[in-house]
Structures are given as C-alpha cells and as structure tokens.
Ligand binder design. Structure first.
Ligand code: CUA
Length: 189
C-alpha cells in the first residue's frame, strides 16, 4: 500500500467518524427537544390555569353579572370604566358599546350560545367569547369616534352579519351621562 493510498483511507475513516458523531449529536438534540415538549405539555395539562372565571350560559339573562339590566358601560368609583357585554347568534348586547376616550376600560364578555369573537377594528383588541367562560380584555382609546366590532369567529350561517360597534366619546360627556348611575350604551345619544 502506498503512502498516498493509506492517507486516503484514513481520511475516509475520519470523515465517517465525524459524520457519525454529528448524527448522534443531532439525534440527541431532537430527542431532548421532544422530551422537553412532552414535559412542558404534560406539566401544563396537569396544573390548574392561573385564572378562569366561569358562568352558566343558560341563565345569563336572568341573574348575575350578565343579566340584561347589567349589560353596558359603567363608570367605577376610581374613574375607570367596566363594560359588560354578551354575544349570541347573531348580535352583541349592547350592539353599540359606548366608552370615554383616554380612560382605562375593562371589557367583560361572554357568549350565550356558541363561540363568538370580539375584534375592534384598528386596534389590537381581540378576544374570544366562549360559552361558560368570562373573557376579560383591557382597552383604552385615545381618540373619539366609531370603531367597527365584527364577530371574528365563525359562529354559523349568520356569522357575517354579526357586527357591533364601539363609540368612543369625550371623557366629560361620558361622565355627564354616567351621572344617572345606569348602564350606558349608544342608545339615546
Ligand atoms: Cu358570532 Cu361569528
């Protein structure tokens, strides 16, 4: 065997060993990632979620937080606003939500029947309304005006006709309207 041939043989052997080593490392990485994903998934599935609020969709209108008379916007003592709304095939109640500009707003909403969604056009406000669960979403509007609020989750044949609206009005005007102490919506403005 010539020196050259021997060198070539050894080179092939080194290349094969290096390839095997890297193949082993990549298999170890894949197995480690799969184990990590399995652990994270199982761990999460066995832990209670940090915060879940439930409600009985069959009794929504009758009593409790989402009774008909409690839906709409309310000015809290600390100056913040809470909006309560429900979605049902195929509308939102209130159909037009009224809120003040430059104010922290908490939207609390749920569904009376199937899964719906609330999305406010031109903002990052986007949440699902799941029957049996309360969705809470923080929002704030800097400018007054009307914003479209379509249902963003397919909820059967009338889905494309399910639209609501958010009307952002002047802070002082909202405070004036809120003096009555009732639940506000766009109705009567
Ligand atoms: Cu409600 Cu789509």
């Amino acid at each position: 065997m010539s020196v050259q041939e021997d060198g070539g043989h050894r080179g092939t052997e080194i290349a094969a060993r290096t390839e095997r080593r890297w193949a082993t490392i990549s298999v170890i990485i894949i197995v480690a990632m799969a184990l990590l994903a399995a652990f994270a998934g199982i761990h999460r599935a066995t832990m209670p979620q940090p915060r879940v609020e439930t409600t009985d969709p069959s009794r929504l209108h009758l009593s409790g937080e989402f009774a008909e008379s409690n839906l709409g916007s309310v000015l809290e003592a600390n100056g913040a606003v809470t909006v309560r709304a429900i979605g049902q095939q195929y509308s939102f109640t209130p159909a037009c939500i009224v809120v003040p500009a430059e104010t922290p707003i908490t939207l609390r909403a749920t569904s009376a029947d199937v899964v719906h969604g609330i999305l406010v056009q031109g903002t990052n406000i986007n949440t699902m309304l799941v029957p049996g669960y309360i969705s809470e979403q923080l929002m704030r509007f800097e400018k007054t005006g009307d914003y479209l609020m379509p249902c963003q989750e397919f909820c059967s044949f009338g889905h494309e006709g399910m639209w609501g609206k958010v009307r952002v009005i002047d802070q002082a005007k909202f405070a004036e309207l809120a003096k009555s102490g009732g639940r506000l919506s766009c109705v009567g403005q």
